[in-house]
Design a protein around this ligand. Sequence first.
Ligand SMILES: NC(=O)c1ccc[n+]([C@@H]2O[C@H](COP(=O)([O-])OP(=O)(O)OC[C@H]3O[C@@H](n4cnc5c(N)ncnc54)[C@H](O)[C@@H]3O)[C@@H](O)[C@H]2O)c1
Length: 431
Amino acid sequence: MRTGQEPVGVIGVGYVGLVTSACLADLGQQVVCCDVDAAKIARLRNGEVPIHEPGIDELIRRNRDRLTFVTDLRDVFVEASIAFICVDTPPLVSGDADLSRVNAVIDAMPSSADGALLVMKSTVPVGTGASVRARLDRLGRGGVGYASNPEFLREGSAVSDFMAPDRVVIGSDDAANADRVARLYAGLDTEIVRTDVASAEMTKLAANAFLATKISFINEIANICENVGADVSEVARGIGLDRRIGSSFLRAGIGWGGSCFPKDVRALKQLAGNSGYHFQLLNAVIEVNEMQKRRVIGRLLTRLETLRDRRIALLGIAFKPNTDDTREATSIVLAARLVAEGASVVAYDPVASGVQLEALGATVAGSAAEAIAGADAAIVVTEWNEFRALIDPTLRATMRRPLLLDGRNLLDPIKARAAGYEYESIGRRSG
Ligand SMILES: NC(=O)c1ccc[n+]([C@@H]2O[C@H](COP(=O)([O-])OP(=O)(O)OC[C@H]3O[C@@H](n4cnc5c(N)ncnc54)[C@H](O)[C@@H]3O)[C@@H](O)[C@H]2O)c1
């Protein structure tokens, strides 16, 4: 369905901004995309797509005539009267969200933006809407409206998540502004949750904290399963069918990472602390996750006795499959720990860059086969589908020791053993 509403601006054209731009264009909008990264804008103008995200290339190609790429914020408001802020909000050393990029956008708002509506899609602490409002007023931009519209898409399935969201949350203290945002989503079959700005901001942080809690919970269940002879995949199936619990985010593994969970969970913990509340549960969720990554090292030591001069293959660098994003990926923690233990680390990922791992002393292989050849152990760090091909006696035979630690419970334990691997996974009886 084509909505054909007022032209839209998107400020910050990363994973969220580019997906938002392409999807809104596909819904019939004219979209002006703005980024301070001139090289990225030049690539986009040339038809290159700077991120790996299923479906995005085709969407951009199909809607080229509706997408304009600019580096100057003033060019956004020549056309657009509503603009999404999608800049990054990375963690500060303290764990608080760094809002300097958001503030840079606010400070650069041109006078031509008066009457326009700014819509915050970046994940921000509760209270940001109020401080942005005060900042706009202080800068003489009282005519610029503000609404919150947190984004829930997941990298790897971002296009379908945007086009078929479970809900769209709109926080606004002005019903007319909320209507303007809601109209942009008119082409989607979804529930619109209208609320105030602070509650919209909290909804995003609470959602990510809850999902991270679910994963840390099932990881602890997996660890206990290993001690008592139960199987976490059976347990997850059994509890997941209970509609009060639900089956998603109950997959045990070696810990969550990525550009959102770690920073958003820490940001909520800090936010709680700043407000005078000690968020005890969230502290445990974070600690369990850190321990889960480090348990891998203990498992390897049990099997290999030492890691000094052992060659360890890391299969997967991205924080999850179908993305090239490596921010706070588990591979980085593992590579750092393994190098510190004296191991030689060889990593491979189908799309993600290994630059961060190389900086830690790891080497990067051109294929999974090359990574595991001569290795004393291989760890499945990211559940890329292509790693299913590891179940092959010929590949296994190239390893110095066929120890395969499946950190994502990707492979069938029986088949992996039949291929000759010493196979271990997370919390599974047969694994
Ligand atoms: N990546 C996700 O899966 C996801 C999902 C939901 C929400 N979010 C949130 O969305 C926000 C963006 O995340 P992302 O992963 O797309 O980040 P990103 O780092 O991929 O993209 C941010 C973009 O903003 C640009 N930018 C920075 N300052 C700017 C400025 N002053 N003007 C214009 N552009 C500027 C950067 O150059 C970059 O291209 C974050 O707050 C994140 O927490 C991310």
